[in-house]
Ligand binder design. Structure first.
Ligand SMILES: Cc1ncc(C[n+]2csc(CCOP(=O)(O)OP(=O)(O)O)c2C)c(N)n1
Length: 295
């Protein structure tokens, strides 16, 4: 397998991340569908994974020895598709077909359609157990690949997540890493309690996820999910545990929803949304995209 990944500087990686953020906003606007806030909060980690850490070959997406990646928060599909396209799994122009009826790029990832998608997701809460199954399969088959799963902090309210958090250490899955994208906001803010469903922009109470995962028997690392060095160190750390620690690893990635663009960041209102022409202009400028090349 060609696992060779070009060595990119942080500056080069930042350039890819900026372009990816722009393409998410632009694609969602032209397709008039998709999500913005979650893909943008996760983008630094997604690009770091695909351009620095995953052992993959975009020309051979079904290689049995490849690392696996599951985007458990499947509504952020446009973020994953953008990174897959930029990494060479399919032409970047194909992003324009996002969420069209006959497209390979559906609103939620479909492993049977899209090169590079390892699991179909979208019903929140299921990706970690699929990942644990893949990691267990690797152990049973004596394979050396690593399985990575990205979850949303809203998503982890689903009970099935915790069944896997409880059981993965028992199976010694040190080849499994869960990355929780903690952007502090869900679809309509943060649920506040009975009868209080919408328009909550602040989390209620604080869950110490580092203590919780550690208590369940995981290696746990907390990072700023927009800091390339912290991301890189955490992903390297997680990889280094494989075959050694006997424990799965959780990366608590603290991020800002909609990160990188002034009008999307820090608000649940851009969980999804269609940018106007004026907002597209602002986003393009703030993300440093060449005005001519971008349109
Ligand atoms: C089982 C299930 N329930 C509800 C939804 C609808 N839904 C889509 S996104 C979302 C909020 C998710 O929040 P979070 O996991 O924090 O994602 P992010 O903020 O990163 O977009 C919800 C409730 C779903 N996709 N699946």
């Amino acid at each position: 397998m060609n696992t060779k990944t070009e060595v990119l500087t942080d500056l080069e990686l930042s350039g890819i991340i900026q372009e990816a953020r722009w393409r998410v906003i632009d694609t969602v606007a032209s397709s008039r569908a998709g999500h913005i806030g979650g893909p943008l909060s996760a983008m630094d980690v997604l690009v770091s994974l695909y351009f620095r850490h995953l052992r993959i070959d975009p020309h051979n997406p079904q290689d049995p020895d490849r690392d696996r990646f599951i985007l458990s928060k499947g509504h952020c599909a446009i973020g994953l598709y953008t990174v897959l396209a930029l990494r060479g799994y399919f032409p970047v122009d194909e992003l324009a077909s996002f969420d069209h009826g006959n497209s390979r790029l559906q609103g939620h990832p479909d492993m049977l359609l899209t090169p590079g998608v390892d699991a179909s997701t979208g019903s929140l809460g299921q990706g970690l157990s699929s990942g644990a199954g893949m990691a267990l399969g690797a152990k049973k088959l004596g394979k050396d690949f690593h399985t990575w799963v990205m979850l949303g902090d809203g998503e982890i309210e689903e009970g099935m997540v915790w069944e896997t958090v409880l059981s993965a250490p028992r199976f010694g899955l040190d080849n499994l890493t869960a990355i929780v994208d903690v952007n502090g906001l869900q679809q309509y803010g943060w649920p506040a309690g009975p009868g209080d469903r919408f328009d909550r922009s602040e989390p209620v109470g604080h869950v110490d996820l580092e203590a919780v995962f550690t208590g369940f028997g995981w290696n746990t690392i907390s990072i700023n999910g927009h800091d390339l060095k912290e991301i890189s160190d955490a992903l390297t750390f997680a990889q280094s545990f494989r075959g050694v620690s006997g424990k799965p690893t959780a990366i608590i990635s603290n991020t800002t929803k909609g990160f990188g663009v002034s009008f999307t960041q820090g608000t649940y209102k851009w969980h999804n949304g269609i940018a106007t022409e004026e907002q597209l202009r602002i986003a393009r400028e703030e993300l440093g995209q060449n005005m001519e090349a971008a349109k």
